[in-house]
Design a binder for this molecule. Structure first.
Ligand code: HEC
Ligand code: HEC
Length: 148
């Protein structure tokens, strides 16, 4: 039971995040103070799994969305202020989380392909390791406009 809930939780946060409102967290995370989309009582490990998934999906490091504390070091690295909403990219990411959940909840959960439930989408579905997804066929890799 525990394992199932946990598996579903991690899968949904790192994937389509569809179950976000409907699980019981297993550990408390007393470090996060400014969560507006993720469950406030998400465990530290689960939060980090989600953050690593965001970073990999966009091909960036944590400082793409989070700011450093000026002039302060921690364990050989610049100290980070993860709770601060200074960078616009962080708020864009919140909107992207809401958008991804809406697509999964409102549309994908109702769709079947060949009788199978459709896979939920996640950040990586569009981003594929880059900050700006391809939005035009002309930008596809290997596309050569001179060749017909
Ligand atoms: C693409 C943007 C993005 C990247 C990259 C990212 N984060 Fe986040 N992070 C967010 C957003 C958005 C939130 C707030 C989520 C919410 O409001 O529910 C957040 C919240 C957090 C928090 C909770 C802060 C608090 O006190 O509320 C921590 C800790 C954190 N991130 C750590 C990391 C780490 C470590 C990395 C790198 C491995 C990372 N993040 C990479 C967007 C990002
Ligand atoms: C349906 C496709 C789609 C999904 C899913 C998606 N994004 Fe995006 N995202 C985009 C597009 C397209 C842009 C570029 C928008 C523009 O620049 O006009 C973008 C831009 C962004 C940016 C701004 C990048 C910059 O250079 O400032 C961030 C941050 C971001 N997305 C985070 C996320 C995160 C985190 C997730 C998963 C929770 C996610 N996105 C899911 C399509 C998507």
């Amino acid at each position: 039971m525990r394992i199932n809930k946990k598996t579903i939780l991690i899968a949904s946060l790192c994937g389509g995040m569809i179950f976000m409102q409907s699980f019981v967290p297993l550990q408390h995370n007393d470090k996060a103070t400014n969560l507006k989309v993720l469950p406030k009582d998400i465990s530290e490990k689960e939060l980090h799994d989600v953050m690593r998934t965001f970073s990999k999906s966009l091909g960036v490091h944590c400082d793409f969305c989070h700011v450093k504390v000026e002039g302060q070091m921690e364990g050989g690295h610049p100290k980070m202020d993860f709770a601060a909403d200074t960078k616009p990219e962080k708020n864009t990411a919140r909107d992207m989380m809401r958008m991804t959940m809406a697509i999964n909840n409102d549309h994908i959960s109702k769709m079947k392909i060949d009788g199978h439930k459709m896979e939920e989408i996640a950040c990586v579905t569009c981003h594929m390791g880059r900050t700006s997804p391809i939005v035009s066929v002309d930008s596809l890799p290997g596309q050569n406009k001179d060749r017909h």
